[in-house]
Ligand binder design. Sequence first.
Ligand SMILES: [Zn+2]
Length: 263
Amino acid sequence: MDLTVYRVPSWAAEPGLRHGFVGRNGGNSEGAYASLNVSFNVGDDPRAVKDNYCAMKGALGMAGTRMVTMRQRHGDTILDVAEPCKEAGEGDAMVTDAPGVFLGVLTADCVPIVCWARAADRKVAAVIHAGWRGTLAGVAMKTVRHIERRYGTAPRDLACALGPAIGLCCYEIGADVADPLVREWGERAEAALQSRDSGTYLDLRRLNAALLAAAGVPEEHIHLSGPCTACHPAEFFSHRREFRNGAGVTGRQAGFIGWSDTG
Ligand SMILES: [Zn+2]
């Protein structure tokens, strides 16, 4: 099975850490969901989605593990996950310190963010789903603060990667999105906006990277991984691209992270 997987190369040196941003290739789904759709909530045949999870985990060398997902709501609810389960509940971020728990975030343009930290006695992993609404709500910053409060991990010890998402090249927005972002995040939002061809475009990854840095994650620990989802139809699902094309029906791809319990 030929998967597209983007990873942060330097993280490979971390024993037991598994992470990646998986593209749309290599699954069993058909039509608008072709082929590795991993969402049960976008109208695809659930049997195909189930097969896709099995095939993906097998190809990643993670057969037999569970990839925990959440019912994403474009909000700022953070879920703590203590053991492997199918779905952690409604939320847009998940955190675990349990080995063997792999967290998955499903996207098709929104920014998937995966984070980790390792202290002497504790390994933490987190995923964040940041579209413009979640970004406005500050979900990435709130997750960093939550990790410090609840797990005792300082922001300076976190490493984060922002995966394939719609880029500045393609993400045209209106004043209904730009204005509230600038009101909330000021110069950080302005730096992520660009005016061209009488339109306004947003670099959602850049804004989230800036917000992670503002929350105390060192800039050298913040990585961008993978290209624009809307520009790369063969590699990635893109909600905006398919919406422009008419139907707006598309699949979701997975970003994931966790610590193996076998070291
Ligand atoms: Zn693009």
